[in-house]
Design a protein around this ligand. Structure first.
Ligand code: NAD
Ligand code: TYD
Length: 352
Protein backbone atom coordinates (compact mmCIF):
# COMPACT_ATOMS: atom_id res chain seq x y z
CA UNK A 1 0.00 0.00 0.00
CA UNK A 2 1.23 3.49 -0.88
CA UNK A 3 1.91 5.65 2.17
CA UNK A 4 -0.13 8.88 1.95
CA UNK A 5 2.17 11.93 2.11
CA UNK A 6 -0.37 14.73 1.67
CA UNK A 7 -4.11 15.19 1.97
CA UNK A 8 -5.30 17.68 -0.60
CA UNK A 9 -8.75 19.20 -0.86
CA UNK A 10 -9.63 20.20 -4.42
CA UNK A 11 -12.86 22.21 -4.65
CA UNK A 12 -14.94 22.26 -7.82
CA UNK A 13 -13.39 19.05 -9.09
CA UNK A 14 -16.56 17.94 -10.86
CA UNK A 15 -16.49 21.05 -13.03
CA UNK A 16 -14.58 21.72 -16.21
CA UNK A 17 -11.08 22.74 -15.10
CA UNK A 18 -11.35 21.08 -11.69
CA UNK A 19 -11.95 17.67 -13.25
CA UNK A 20 -8.73 17.97 -15.26
CA UNK A 21 -6.81 19.04 -12.14
CA UNK A 22 -8.25 16.16 -10.09
CA UNK A 23 -7.38 13.66 -12.83
CA UNK A 24 -3.81 14.92 -13.12
CA UNK A 25 -3.19 14.87 -9.35
CA UNK A 26 -4.88 11.49 -8.71
CA UNK A 27 -2.93 9.79 -11.51
CA UNK A 28 0.42 11.52 -11.11
CA UNK A 29 0.64 11.43 -7.31
CA UNK A 30 -0.51 8.07 -5.91
CA UNK A 31 0.94 9.12 -2.54
CA UNK A 32 -1.43 12.11 -2.30
CA UNK A 33 -4.98 11.57 -1.12
CA UNK A 34 -7.26 13.78 -3.20
CA UNK A 35 -10.59 14.89 -1.76
CA UNK A 36 -12.84 16.39 -4.40
CA UNK A 37 -15.38 18.73 -2.80
CA UNK A 38 -18.17 19.81 -5.12
CA UNK A 39 -21.79 20.89 -4.69
CA UNK A 40 -22.70 19.46 -8.12
CA UNK A 41 -24.42 22.61 -9.36
CA UNK A 42 -25.61 22.71 -12.98
CA UNK A 43 -21.90 22.95 -13.96
CA UNK A 44 -20.69 20.01 -11.88
CA UNK A 45 -20.91 16.51 -13.28
CA UNK A 46 -19.38 13.35 -11.84
CA UNK A 47 -19.20 11.92 -15.37
CA UNK A 48 -16.32 14.37 -15.91
CA UNK A 49 -14.11 12.33 -13.57
CA UNK A 50 -15.61 8.89 -13.88
CA UNK A 51 -12.25 7.45 -14.92
CA UNK A 52 -10.72 8.13 -11.49
CA UNK A 53 -13.68 7.42 -9.21
CA UNK A 54 -12.35 4.01 -8.14
CA UNK A 55 -8.74 5.05 -7.60
CA UNK A 56 -7.63 4.28 -4.03
CA UNK A 57 -6.26 7.82 -3.47
CA UNK A 58 -9.48 9.58 -4.53
CA UNK A 59 -12.58 10.50 -2.58
CA UNK A 60 -15.58 12.56 -3.64
CA UNK A 61 -17.26 14.74 -1.02
CA UNK A 62 -20.57 16.35 -1.93
CA UNK A 63 -20.94 19.70 -0.21
CA UNK A 64 -21.39 23.43 -0.61
CA UNK A 65 -18.63 25.93 0.19
CA UNK A 66 -21.37 28.38 1.21
CA UNK A 67 -22.35 26.06 4.08
CA UNK A 68 -20.15 27.26 6.97
CA UNK A 69 -21.05 24.45 9.37
CA UNK A 70 -20.41 21.77 6.79
CA UNK A 71 -17.07 23.32 5.80
CA UNK A 72 -15.95 23.70 9.42
CA UNK A 73 -16.84 20.11 10.27
CA UNK A 74 -15.05 18.81 7.16
CA UNK A 75 -11.85 20.65 8.17
CA UNK A 76 -12.22 19.39 11.76
CA UNK A 77 -12.58 15.83 10.52
CA UNK A 78 -9.71 15.91 8.03
CA UNK A 79 -6.43 17.75 8.52
CA UNK A 80 -5.75 18.92 4.95
CA UNK A 81 -2.19 19.76 3.97
CA UNK A 82 -3.38 21.89 1.09
CA UNK A 83 -6.44 23.28 -0.61
CA UNK A 84 -6.65 23.88 -4.35
CA UNK A 85 -9.72 26.05 -4.67
CA UNK A 86 -11.57 26.08 -7.99
CA UNK A 87 -15.23 25.90 -6.97
CA UNK A 88 -16.99 28.98 -8.27
CA UNK A 89 -19.81 30.34 -10.30
CA UNK A 90 -17.89 30.88 -13.51
CA UNK A 91 -20.06 32.27 -16.32
CA UNK A 92 -20.10 36.02 -16.97
CA UNK A 93 -23.59 36.01 -18.55
CA UNK A 94 -25.09 34.30 -15.51
CA UNK A 95 -23.36 36.85 -13.25
CA UNK A 96 -25.13 39.63 -15.13
CA UNK A 97 -28.51 37.97 -14.50
CA UNK A 98 -27.82 36.89 -10.93
CA UNK A 99 -24.86 38.67 -9.31
CA UNK A 100 -25.70 37.64 -5.73
CA UNK A 101 -25.11 33.98 -6.44
CA UNK A 102 -21.57 34.94 -7.52
CA UNK A 103 -20.95 37.00 -4.41
CA UNK A 104 -22.22 34.21 -2.17
CA UNK A 105 -20.23 31.39 -3.77
CA UNK A 106 -17.12 33.16 -4.97
CA UNK A 107 -16.60 35.63 -2.14
CA UNK A 108 -18.31 34.16 0.94
CA UNK A 109 -17.54 30.57 -0.10
CA UNK A 110 -13.84 31.43 -0.40
CA UNK A 111 -13.94 33.19 2.99
CA UNK A 112 -15.46 30.05 4.56
CA UNK A 113 -12.62 27.92 3.20
CA UNK A 114 -9.99 30.41 4.32
CA UNK A 115 -11.43 30.58 7.85
CA UNK A 116 -11.68 26.81 8.13
CA UNK A 117 -8.13 26.31 6.80
CA UNK A 118 -6.76 28.96 9.16
CA UNK A 119 -8.60 27.58 12.20
CA UNK A 120 -7.81 23.93 11.54
CA UNK A 121 -4.09 24.73 11.43
CA UNK A 122 -4.13 26.58 14.76
CA UNK A 123 -1.43 29.00 13.70
CA UNK A 124 1.04 26.33 12.53
CA UNK A 125 1.17 26.48 8.75
CA UNK A 126 4.38 24.48 8.30
CA UNK A 127 4.17 22.64 4.96
CA UNK A 128 0.65 23.95 4.26
CA UNK A 129 -0.70 25.76 1.22
CA UNK A 130 -3.91 27.44 0.07
CA UNK A 131 -3.89 27.62 -3.74
CA UNK A 132 -6.53 29.94 -5.18
CA UNK A 133 -7.39 29.48 -8.85
CA UNK A 134 -8.49 32.74 -10.41
CA UNK A 135 -9.02 34.47 -13.71
CA UNK A 136 -7.40 37.15 -15.86
CA UNK A 137 -10.77 38.94 -15.87
CA UNK A 138 -9.84 40.58 -12.52
CA UNK A 139 -7.55 42.92 -14.50
CA UNK A 140 -10.40 44.36 -16.56
CA UNK A 141 -10.23 45.06 -20.27
CA UNK A 142 -7.25 45.96 -22.47
CA UNK A 143 -7.11 48.29 -25.44
CA UNK A 144 -5.54 47.19 -28.74
CA UNK A 145 -2.13 46.72 -27.14
CA UNK A 146 -0.64 45.66 -23.82
CA UNK A 147 -0.73 42.49 -21.75
CA UNK A 148 -1.89 41.66 -18.24
CA UNK A 149 1.08 41.25 -15.90
CA UNK A 150 0.98 40.07 -12.29
CA UNK A 151 1.45 43.72 -11.31
CA UNK A 152 -1.42 45.07 -13.43
CA UNK A 153 -3.88 46.88 -11.11
CA UNK A 154 -7.22 45.14 -10.61
CA UNK A 155 -10.11 46.68 -12.55
CA UNK A 156 -12.85 44.04 -12.76
CA UNK A 157 -15.79 44.96 -14.97
CA UNK A 158 -18.42 42.23 -14.56
CA UNK A 159 -20.07 40.85 -11.40
CA UNK A 160 -18.18 37.58 -12.09
CA UNK A 161 -14.82 39.33 -12.42
CA UNK A 162 -15.40 41.48 -9.35
CA UNK A 163 -16.41 38.46 -7.25
CA UNK A 164 -13.17 36.71 -8.30
CA UNK A 165 -11.16 39.88 -7.62
CA UNK A 166 -12.72 40.10 -4.15
CA UNK A 167 -11.79 36.48 -3.46
CA UNK A 168 -8.20 37.11 -4.60
CA UNK A 169 -8.01 40.10 -2.23
CA UNK A 170 -9.31 37.97 0.64
CA UNK A 171 -6.68 35.30 0.03
CA UNK A 172 -3.88 37.89 0.05
CA UNK A 173 -5.34 39.55 3.15
CA UNK A 174 -5.34 36.20 5.00
CA UNK A 175 -1.72 35.77 3.98
CA UNK A 176 -0.84 39.18 5.34
CA UNK A 177 -2.99 39.07 8.48
CA UNK A 178 -2.80 35.46 9.63
CA UNK A 179 0.35 34.28 7.85
CA UNK A 180 -1.72 31.82 5.81
CA UNK A 181 0.56 30.45 3.04
CA UNK A 182 -1.00 30.93 -0.36
CA UNK A 183 -0.44 31.12 -4.10
CA UNK A 184 -2.83 32.60 -6.66
CA UNK A 185 -2.91 32.03 -10.39
CA UNK A 186 -4.87 34.11 -12.87
CA UNK A 187 -5.54 32.28 -16.10
CA UNK A 188 -6.92 33.23 -19.49
CA UNK A 189 -9.89 31.57 -21.24
CA UNK A 190 -9.73 27.77 -21.14
CA UNK A 191 -11.13 25.35 -23.68
CA UNK A 192 -11.17 21.57 -23.94
CA UNK A 193 -13.17 18.46 -23.06
CA UNK A 194 -15.94 18.64 -20.43
CA UNK A 195 -16.57 22.39 -20.63
CA UNK A 196 -20.22 23.19 -20.01
CA UNK A 197 -21.85 24.36 -23.27
CA UNK A 198 -22.69 27.82 -22.02
CA UNK A 199 -19.17 29.07 -22.81
CA UNK A 200 -18.29 30.12 -26.35
CA UNK A 201 -16.44 27.09 -27.75
CA UNK A 202 -18.63 24.19 -26.52
CA UNK A 203 -21.82 26.20 -27.13
CA UNK A 204 -20.80 26.80 -30.72
CA UNK A 205 -19.69 23.19 -31.28
CA UNK A 206 -23.08 21.99 -30.06
CA UNK A 207 -24.97 24.53 -32.17
CA UNK A 208 -23.00 23.68 -35.32
CA UNK A 209 -23.70 20.01 -34.70
CA UNK A 210 -27.42 20.76 -34.40
CA UNK A 211 -27.32 23.34 -37.26
CA UNK A 212 -28.57 26.02 -34.86
CA UNK A 213 -27.66 29.75 -35.12
CA UNK A 214 -24.28 30.79 -33.69
CA UNK A 215 -25.04 33.84 -31.52
CA UNK A 216 -22.10 36.24 -31.87
CA UNK A 217 -22.30 39.10 -29.37
CA UNK A 218 -21.93 42.65 -30.77
CA UNK A 219 -19.49 42.98 -33.67
CA UNK A 220 -17.58 39.81 -32.73
CA UNK A 221 -14.30 41.73 -32.59
CA UNK A 222 -13.66 40.91 -28.95
CA UNK A 223 -10.32 39.29 -28.20
CA UNK A 224 -9.53 36.45 -25.81
CA UNK A 225 -6.33 34.50 -25.11
CA UNK A 226 -7.17 30.77 -25.26
CA UNK A 227 -5.43 27.99 -23.34
CA UNK A 228 -6.02 24.24 -23.58
CA UNK A 229 -7.40 23.06 -20.23
CA UNK A 230 -4.83 20.26 -19.81
CA UNK A 231 -2.11 22.92 -20.02
CA UNK A 232 -3.85 24.92 -17.29
CA UNK A 233 -3.88 21.80 -15.10
CA UNK A 234 -0.14 21.31 -15.82
CA UNK A 235 0.51 24.92 -14.82
CA UNK A 236 -1.42 24.44 -11.55
CA UNK A 237 0.71 21.35 -10.84
CA UNK A 238 3.92 23.38 -11.41
CA UNK A 239 2.80 26.31 -9.27
CA UNK A 240 1.50 24.04 -6.52
CA UNK A 241 4.86 22.28 -6.24
CA UNK A 242 7.38 24.95 -7.21
CA UNK A 243 5.64 28.35 -7.00
CA UNK A 244 6.82 30.82 -4.37
CA UNK A 245 4.42 31.22 -1.45
CA UNK A 246 2.64 34.56 -1.40
CA UNK A 247 3.10 35.03 -5.15
CA UNK A 248 0.76 35.38 -8.10
CA UNK A 249 1.31 33.71 -11.46
CA UNK A 250 -0.44 34.65 -14.68
CA UNK A 251 -1.17 31.72 -16.99
CA UNK A 252 -1.98 32.19 -20.66
CA UNK A 253 -1.73 30.56 -24.03
CA UNK A 254 0.26 33.23 -25.93
CA UNK A 255 -2.73 32.78 -28.21
CA UNK A 256 -5.01 35.72 -28.95
CA UNK A 257 -8.03 35.37 -31.21
CA UNK A 258 -10.91 37.65 -32.03
CA UNK A 259 -14.18 35.81 -31.46
CA UNK A 260 -15.05 36.02 -35.15
CA UNK A 261 -11.76 34.55 -36.37
CA UNK A 262 -11.96 31.78 -33.81
CA UNK A 263 -15.55 30.99 -34.77
CA UNK A 264 -14.62 30.85 -38.46
CA UNK A 265 -11.80 28.39 -37.72
CA UNK A 266 -14.14 26.31 -35.56
CA UNK A 267 -16.74 26.28 -38.37
CA UNK A 268 -14.15 25.14 -40.92
CA UNK A 269 -12.92 22.30 -38.70
CA UNK A 270 -16.50 21.25 -37.94
CA UNK A 271 -17.44 21.19 -41.65
CA UNK A 272 -14.48 18.86 -42.28
CA UNK A 273 -15.48 16.55 -39.43
CA UNK A 274 -19.18 16.48 -40.26
CA UNK A 275 -18.52 16.06 -44.00
CA UNK A 276 -20.50 19.20 -44.76
CA UNK A 277 -19.69 21.44 -47.74
CA UNK A 278 -17.08 24.08 -46.84
CA UNK A 279 -18.78 27.25 -45.59
CA UNK A 280 -21.99 25.58 -44.34
CA UNK A 281 -21.35 26.17 -40.64
CA UNK A 282 -20.23 29.79 -41.15
CA UNK A 283 -23.68 30.50 -42.56
CA UNK A 284 -25.05 29.87 -39.07
CA UNK A 285 -23.25 32.94 -37.67
CA UNK A 286 -25.87 35.37 -36.34
CA UNK A 287 -24.97 38.70 -34.78
CA UNK A 288 -26.98 39.27 -31.60
CA UNK A 289 -27.28 41.99 -28.95
CA UNK A 290 -23.99 42.57 -27.17
CA UNK A 291 -23.29 41.40 -23.62
CA UNK A 292 -23.69 44.25 -21.09
CA UNK A 293 -20.30 45.76 -20.19
CA UNK A 294 -18.52 43.32 -22.55
CA UNK A 295 -14.72 43.41 -21.99
CA UNK A 296 -13.01 44.19 -25.29
CA UNK A 297 -9.73 42.36 -24.94
CA UNK A 298 -7.90 40.06 -22.54
CA UNK A 299 -4.29 39.04 -23.10
CA UNK A 300 -1.85 37.51 -20.65
CA UNK A 301 1.85 37.97 -20.24
CA UNK A 302 2.77 34.46 -19.05
CA UNK A 303 6.48 35.36 -18.90
CA UNK A 304 6.82 34.87 -15.13
CA UNK A 305 5.58 31.27 -14.98
CA UNK A 306 7.61 30.56 -18.09
CA UNK A 307 10.90 31.97 -16.81
CA UNK A 308 10.55 30.95 -13.12
CA UNK A 309 8.92 27.55 -13.50
CA UNK A 310 9.69 26.63 -17.11
CA UNK A 311 5.99 26.14 -17.95
CA UNK A 312 4.66 26.70 -21.43
CA UNK A 313 1.66 25.32 -23.31
CA UNK A 314 2.23 21.80 -24.64
CA UNK A 315 -0.13 22.01 -27.61
CA UNK A 316 -0.80 24.60 -30.28
CA UNK A 317 -4.27 26.08 -30.56
CA UNK A 318 -4.95 24.10 -33.74
CA UNK A 319 -4.00 20.86 -31.97
CA UNK A 320 -5.98 21.68 -28.83
CA UNK A 321 -9.05 22.75 -30.79
CA UNK A 322 -8.91 19.57 -32.91
CA UNK A 323 -8.72 17.43 -29.74
CA UNK A 324 -11.64 19.40 -28.28
CA UNK A 325 -13.89 19.08 -31.34
CA UNK A 326 -13.14 15.35 -31.56
CA UNK A 327 -13.98 14.91 -27.88
CA UNK A 328 -17.34 16.66 -28.22
CA UNK A 329 -18.18 14.78 -31.40
CA UNK A 330 -17.45 11.42 -29.82
CA UNK A 331 -19.23 12.16 -26.52
CA UNK A 332 -22.82 12.61 -27.65
CA UNK A 333 -24.20 11.14 -24.45
CA UNK A 334 -22.33 13.62 -22.26
CA UNK A 335 -23.44 16.55 -24.42
CA UNK A 336 -27.04 15.38 -24.54
CA UNK A 337 -27.21 14.80 -20.80
CA UNK A 338 -25.88 18.26 -19.92
CA UNK A 339 -28.07 20.04 -22.48
CA UNK A 340 -31.35 18.46 -21.43
CA UNK A 341 -33.47 19.82 -18.58
CA UNK A 342 -32.57 23.21 -17.12
CA UNK A 343 -30.12 23.99 -19.96
CA UNK A 344 -33.09 24.36 -22.32
CA UNK A 345 -34.65 27.02 -20.08
CA UNK A 346 -31.30 28.83 -19.72
CA UNK A 347 -30.83 28.79 -23.48
CA UNK A 348 -34.30 30.15 -24.18
CA UNK A 349 -33.87 32.96 -21.65
CA UNK A 350 -30.43 33.92 -22.97
CA UNK A 351 -30.85 33.62 -26.72
CA UNK A 352 -34.48 33.91 -27.78
P1 NAD B 1 -17.21 25.36 -13.89
O1 NAD B 1 -18.38 26.28 -13.79
O2 NAD B 1 -17.10 24.42 -15.03
O3 NAD B 1 -17.11 24.46 -12.57
C1 NAD B 1 -17.31 24.98 -11.30
C2 NAD B 1 -17.46 23.81 -10.33
O4 NAD B 1 -17.64 24.35 -9.02
C3 NAD B 1 -18.67 22.91 -10.62
O5 NAD B 1 -18.32 21.56 -10.51
C4 NAD B 1 -19.66 23.30 -9.54
O6 NAD B 1 -20.53 22.23 -9.17
C5 NAD B 1 -18.73 23.69 -8.41
N1 NAD B 1 -19.37 24.64 -7.49
C6 NAD B 1 -20.03 25.78 -7.81
N2 NAD B 1 -20.52 26.36 -6.70
C7 NAD B 1 -20.15 25.58 -5.66
C8 NAD B 1 -20.34 25.65 -4.26
N3 NAD B 1 -21.04 26.64 -3.71
N4 NAD B 1 -19.80 24.69 -3.48
C9 NAD B 1 -19.08 23.67 -4.02
N5 NAD B 1 -18.90 23.53 -5.34
C10 NAD B 1 -19.42 24.47 -6.15
O7 NAD B 1 -15.95 26.31 -13.79
P2 NAD B 1 -14.52 26.20 -14.51
O8 NAD B 1 -14.60 26.84 -15.82
O9 NAD B 1 -14.02 24.82 -14.37
O10 NAD B 1 -13.67 27.16 -13.56
C11 NAD B 1 -13.03 26.65 -12.39
C12 NAD B 1 -12.28 27.79 -11.71
O11 NAD B 1 -11.32 28.33 -12.60
C13 NAD B 1 -13.18 28.94 -11.28
O12 NAD B 1 -12.73 29.40 -10.03
C14 NAD B 1 -12.96 29.99 -12.36
O13 NAD B 1 -13.15 31.28 -11.85
C15 NAD B 1 -11.52 29.73 -12.74
N6 NAD B 1 -11.14 30.08 -14.13
C16 NAD B 1 -11.89 29.63 -15.17
C17 NAD B 1 -11.49 29.94 -16.48
C18 NAD B 1 -12.24 29.43 -17.68
O14 NAD B 1 -11.90 29.79 -18.81
N7 NAD B 1 -13.23 28.58 -17.53
C19 NAD B 1 -10.35 30.71 -16.69
C20 NAD B 1 -9.60 31.16 -15.58
C21 NAD B 1 -10.02 30.82 -14.30
P1 TYD C 1 -17.14 33.11 -22.73
O1 TYD C 1 -16.82 31.75 -23.22
O2 TYD C 1 -18.44 33.34 -22.03
O3 TYD C 1 -15.92 33.55 -21.81
P2 TYD C 1 -15.57 35.02 -21.17
O4 TYD C 1 -16.76 35.88 -21.24
O5 TYD C 1 -15.24 34.65 -19.77
O6 TYD C 1 -14.40 35.52 -21.96
O7 TYD C 1 -17.08 34.12 -23.95
C1 TYD C 1 -15.93 34.25 -24.75
C2 TYD C 1 -16.19 35.36 -25.74
O8 TYD C 1 -17.24 34.96 -26.63
C3 TYD C 1 -16.68 36.65 -25.09
O9 TYD C 1 -16.13 37.76 -25.80
C4 TYD C 1 -18.17 36.61 -25.26
C5 TYD C 1 -18.34 35.87 -26.58
N1 TYD C 1 -19.60 35.07 -26.71
C6 TYD C 1 -20.42 35.26 -27.82
O10 TYD C 1 -20.13 36.07 -28.73
N2 TYD C 1 -21.56 34.51 -27.90
C7 TYD C 1 -21.91 33.62 -26.93
O11 TYD C 1 -23.00 32.98 -27.05
C8 TYD C 1 -21.04 33.43 -25.81
C9 TYD C 1 -21.38 32.46 -24.72
C10 TYD C 1 -19.88 34.19 -25.75
Amino acid sequence: MTKIQKKILITGGAGFIGSHVVRLFVKKYPDYRIYNLDALTYAGNLENIKDVENEPNYKFVKGDIKDIEFINSLFEEIQFDAVIHLAAESHVDRSITNPNEFIETNVLGTANLLNAFRDSNKGNFEGKLFYHVSTDEVYGSLGKTGLFKETTPYDPQSPYASSKAASDHLVRAYGNTYGLPFVISNCSNNYGANQFPEKLIPLFINNVKLSKPLPVYGDGNYTRDWLYVVDHARAIDEIFHHGKKGETYNIGGFNEWTNLNLIKLLCKLMDERLNRPEGSSEKLITFVKDRAGHDRRYAIDAGKINSELGWKPSVTFEEGLALTLDWYLSNDEWLESVTSGSYQEYYKKMYS
